[in-house]
Design a protein around this ligand. Structure first.
Ligand code: BGC
Length: 755
């Protein structure tokens, strides 16, 4: 006992934890010893000369001079081996200590090979596939000089008004955690010094997806129990998977903005979760703490570094004020050294000290980027992300010999296929739906008409079009567009209408208060449905939409998100039946905006409504049901699946033990197909109100028609743990209900008791 105390005392005096002491990298320590305070502060700045997306109000000036002066730790918005080599040269040939740069980028859903938007990818429920997309993204981005990626975005969101719901994995902490892990592993591999892997950044820590009223950059307020149980798990999963960097969010938490929140960045992230990488701010989020009301630039910069933020993105508050704060005793030199150490350790992990030009191999772009193989994976990923929302009269799949009217403002459109946050992709290389149809069904007769504008509202279009013409309003009148379309429809056997949101109607700073299909297109859809022809709506969007009217029409509906560079080919693969859709929603689709926030894992109330009929003094609405339009986990297939023999092998579960829950799934329809088999539980009694349902396991299986398989899930008491109000992670004895099914809206069929 005495010995241990002595050791603790020694470590305390030297300011080192045991863990840190063991992990110190001699090369980094030697370098730190040579560095002046100014040079250490220099490492804490991430600048952009403006080649990326400038989401803040500034881009950096005189980047070259600042690199030469040793004032820059990393840059973003710089790509290609040549440009990255030039940037490294500036640091290596001109700065006193010749420290190589981190080269960052937002590679959110693929680099040049653009995969479906992340919300779409999550709907594949295919972790291996998601990991592969991240591996490909890493290989392509590193071939172009990037060594640090600002992804994955793992913000849980239950509010589809928020445009950035497109960038994440939806509403569920369990699924979101699995996806976070898959992406981190895909980007980073098992060795960051491998020039085909890059540092991954989990973002935006934390709770950014809960912005009030679904308005981007708005504030957040929630209980600790909700944070720990529902919102923080995916960030933690990324940390557990070894993510090397974390980006803070724009919002506040308990009234303190994330970038200056010590509880979040030090107590939770480092002390509880053991994170040992570096933390970067979001774009000027340190400076934005001035607008939050936290003080002037010097005060907010000191707040940030003292809270545990290591790197300042673009804002230069660290660069311009930290020295003064050290001189005035507001920030310790030790704190600066610690942050600089973390940046240097990241550079060391990347192997940049051995070879600063590791990511500047001029031969790689040609062989590694946008290869046929990568495009094939993008096509596969897209087909697997699509969710069949509605089947009507077996219209789908369509014969490859049919006479098709291909209608809609998104049917022959290259500007909206990649989706939001695809700045490294090239829209002109994307396959529009019309082209994909011709590729996959060369014998079909396909006639195209636009039919409607994405929106007729020029003011709205102007806001959406900041990055280019996403909504193009035709010179022809809406009536004329509709008339032309109906002429084409009259002559066809079947109608495919590609409708929905332009890509920049979702994403950053793209919140909507109405999340329906724009009225211009609703009119078109009504006319098509009334034509008497079989109609398929191919629906594109970056978020769940409110489509109660369309669900009632005599049409089939295939949700395809924004499918990426292979959009047209992938949509054709599914529409013509080469691939049977298997995606399942990862975010609830509400009936209307008034139901938001709506998600399957809501906690119980004291006055639950027993039915969908209105009941006075129960928790329900006068003018809408409680149930969503489409639940989490929902998605149809061209075939049918039947569940039977849902069993648990033991009715009691004790700590340290395990039980297995199994179900038999049979493909009873006429096509081979895949099904996402989902296990949900419900803790009947616990010390804080339990969610009504919690996803605890899933498996995607392939079944030939007529085939059946038994799927088994193992459950231990670890899987049933939750955070109570004391923030202890515990399970509580008692009865748990469960079901296994193809969607979250099933009834519980079994139970077990935890001792
Ligand atoms: C976004 C981040 C992004 C950063 C750098 C910010 O506005 O919130 O997700 O990584 O810009 O481009």
């Amino acid at each position: 006992m005495r010995k241990i105390n002595l050791l603790v005392a020694v470590l305390f005096v030297t300011g080192l934890s045991n863990l840190q002491a063991q992990e110190r990298i001699p090369e980094v320590e030697t370098l730190l010893e040579k560095m002046t305070l100014e040079e250490k502060i220099g490492q804490l700045n991430l600048l952009t000369p403006g080649g990326g997306v400038a989401t803040g109000s500034v881009v950096s000036e005189d980047v070259e001079a600042k690199i030469k002066a040793g004032n820059v730790g990393g840059v973003f918005g710089v790509s290609s081996p040549e440009r990255v080599r030039q940037a490294q040269d500036i640091a290596l040939k001109n700065s006193r200590l010749k420290i190589p740069l981190l080269i960052g980028s937002d590679v959110i859903h693929g680099y040049k090979t653009t995969f479906p938007i992340p919300l779409g990818l999550s709907a594949s429920w295919d972790m291996e596939l998601i990991k592969e997309t991240a591996q490909i993204a890493a290989k392509e981005a590193t071939a172009d000089g990037i060594n640090w990626n600002f992804s994955p975005m793992v913000d849980i969101s239950r509010d589809p008004r928020w445009g950035r719901v497109a960038e994440g994995a939806g509403e569920d902490p369990f699924l979101g955690s699995q996806i976070a892990k898959a992406m981190v592993e895909g980007y980073q591999g098992d060795n960051l010094a491998n020039p085909e892997t890059m540092i991954s950044t989990v973002k935006h820590m934390a709770l950014y997806g809960a912005s009030e009223a679904g308005r981007d950059y708005n504030r957040v307020d929630m209980s600790r129990a909700k944070m720990f149980n529902e919102y923080l798990p995916p960030y933690k999963a990324a940390v557990d998977a070894g993510v090397a960097s974390v980006m803070t969010s724009f919002n506040d938490i308990d009234g303190v903005p994330a970038s200056g929140n010590k509880w979040l960045l030090t107590d939770v992230l480092r002390e509880r979760w053991g994170f040992d990488g570096f933390v970067v701010s979001d774009y000027t989020s340190v400076n934005e703490m001035i607008a939050h009301g936290m003080g002037d630039l010097q005060a907010v910069s000191a707040l940030a570094i003292n809270a545990g933020l290591d790197m300042d993105m673009v804002g230069e508050g660290f660069l311009t004020t930290l020295k003064k704060s050290v001189d005035e005793g507001k920030v310790s030199e030790e704190t600066i050294t610690t942050a600089a150490r973390r940046i240097l350790e990241a550079k060391h992990k990347l192997g940049l000290f051995d070879d600063p030009y590791r990511y500047s191999d001029e031969s790689r772009p040609e062989t590694d980027i946008l290869t046929e193989e990568n495009r094939a994976k993008a096509r596969e990923a897209a087909t697997k992300s699509f969710v069949l929302l509605k089947k009507h009269n077996n219209t789908l799949p369509i014969s490859k010999n049919a006479k098709i009217a291909l209608i809609g403002p998104l049917a022959n459109n290259k500007n909206n296929m990649l989706g939001t946050w695809a700045p490294t992709g090239d829209q002109q290389l994307s396959i529009p739906i019309l082209e994909g149809f011709k590729n996959v069904a060369p014998n079909a007769s396909i006639t195209y008409a636009k039919g409607a504008n994405i929106s007729d509202d020029a003011t709205f279009a102007k806001k959406v079009n900041v990055f280019g013409p996403r909504i193009e309003i035709s010179e022809e009148s809406p009536e004329q567009l509709l008339k032309e379309a109906m002429t084409v429809v009259n002559d066809a056997d079947v109608v495919v209408a590609v409708v929905g949101e332009a890509s920049e109607m979702s994403g950053e700073a793209a919140s909507r208060t109405e999340i329906s299909i724009p009225e211009s297109q609703k009119k078109l859809i009504r006319e098509l449905a009334a034509s008497g022809k079989p109609v398929v709506l191919v629906l594109m969007s970056g978020r769940p939409l409110t489509i109660p009217e369309e669900m009632e029409l005599p049409v089939s509906i295939l949700q395809v998100w924004h499918p990426g560079v292979e959009a047209g080919n992938a949509v054709a693969d599914v529409v013509f039946g080469d691939y049977n859709p298997s995606g399942k929603l990862t975010a609830t689709w509400p009936v209307n905006v008034g139901q938001i926030p709506i998600y399957y894992g809501m906690r119980r109330t004291g006055r639950p409504a027993a039915s969908e009929d209105f009941e006075k003094f129960k928790s329900n609405y006068l003018d809408a049901p409680n149930a969503p339009l489409l639940p989490f986990g929902y998605g149809l297939s061209y075939t049918e699946f039947e569940y039977s023999n849902v069993n648990v092998n033991n009715s009691t579960l004790a700590e340290g033990g395990s039980i297995t829950i199994s179900a038999t799934v049979r493909n009873t329809g006429n096509y081979d197909g895949e099904e996402v088999v989902q296990l949900y539980t419900h803790d009947k009694v616990r010390s804080i109100t339990p969610p009504m349902k919690e996803l605890k396991g899933f498996e995607k299986i392939f079944l030939k028609k007529g085939e059946s398989k038994t799927v088994t899930f193992e459950i231990t008491t670890e899987d049933l743990k939750f955070y109570n109000n004391e923030e202890d992670f515990i399970f509580e004895p008692g009865e748990f209900e469960f079901f296994v099914g193809g969607s979250s809206d099933n009834e519980f069929t079994g139970s077990f008791t935890v001792k």
